[in-house]
Design a protein around this ligand. Sequence first.
Ligand code: PLP
Length: 462
Amino acid sequence: MTPPANAARNSNAARDIANVLHPYTDHRAHAVNGPLVIARGEGVRVWDDQGKEYIEAVAGLWCAALGFDSKRLADAAHKQMLKLPFYHAFGAKSHEPLIDLSEMLIERAPCPMSKVFYANSGSEANDTAIKMVWYYNNAIGRPEKKKVISRLKAYHGITIASGSLTGLPANHKMFDLPVSDRFIHVSTPHHYHGAKPGETEEDFATRLATELEETILREGPETVAAFFAEPVMGAGGVMLPPATYFEKIQAVLRKYDVLFVADEVICGFGRTGNYWGCQTYDITPDIITCAKALSASFLPISAIIINDKIFQGLADGSATIGTWGHGFTYSGHPVAAAVALETLKIYDELNIVEHVKTAGGYMQKLLRERFEGHPLVGEVRGIGMVGAIELVADKANHKNFEASAKVGPRLAKAGEAEGVILRGLANDTIAFSPPLIMTTDEIDQMVDRTARALDAVTVQLR
Ligand code: PLP
């Protein structure tokens, strides 16, 4: 491949183009444009290999909750590596970081929970949750109750099962997903695009709950096992549930004995202004999946937290077969668990939830003040420290630009020039999900830089 014009033959950019296959990248465009090589980080900022500084408006991938340096977390990993760099948890083996972390997660759960299982990523956590639901229903004598319902535009990961739950076209097209008719999608709970003219949030929520009930009845309640939902939908476009949505959805699920799996991979550990997104929206889940902020992303680790009802089913099943035949080599890896444990202690010491309430409230207000009146901005939305602006061609009719105009990607690119790393999602939505430690001064800078980038794109589009 020819390196981009500005890439010297042996530069990082040229070697990247020659050798790296990137996630979520147009490989042909990458061969022309090259990578942005990030060399180091500190606080809420990162620097590229040319020394240019950026504010990270999305904490990497919604995950670097404590920013891009922490001696304490580095020391926790180092100490654990010297003491016991690896041990597994198969066949009832255990170690202290695993026991301590599990105890802490059960203590912090938003409702009474029983056990914690570990994986390495959000996708694996959701895959595991699906397998748990299937195993559970087999164990309690309901082998036909296996279908799982999720929402269009949901993001639950990219493995074959979690990718089937995900409701975004790019994750399905050409991958032959969903993998089976056990995966069913219902409507996206996004009032801005989904509501009928004049429909209130409450009426919209009622209509969505009715759709869910009709879907369960159409499929047969005896075949529907679980409903998966992110409390705030993240990667699909930062969409908040309409008022009364989860209350009405949960009533339907209870009526037909359908389990609730809360995907807290983005929302967990403070993002929405409570420790869990479930607390923000009064959700009582049977299973919680979490990752990302669990270790502030210093090391990969995810967790699946289950209630006692699920545990009893899994325990009965394993007693019949002689094992719960599921586990990853690195389930509860001691170094990742030690780092996660230290991360949770840091959140407690920083009183991170209170900080998010204050700084997040400031961020929401500022985003609205700065962007709501902008001619290109259709909706500003968010809660706590997760937010978004959606760019539209026609503000009055909530009409997006043609995807081919690449307005969102243009803003992300203009953001780079201004020193802010932005993340463009579907429908030209730009997400803000900064490190949870971000201060109000840093929020000002992030928003100023974004505003300058938006002005540059507005000029380009004239
Ligand atoms: N669930 C949610 C809500 C996510 O946002 C993500 C990733 O962004 C995942 C699951 C998948 O996590 P991972 O990329 O670690 O597999």
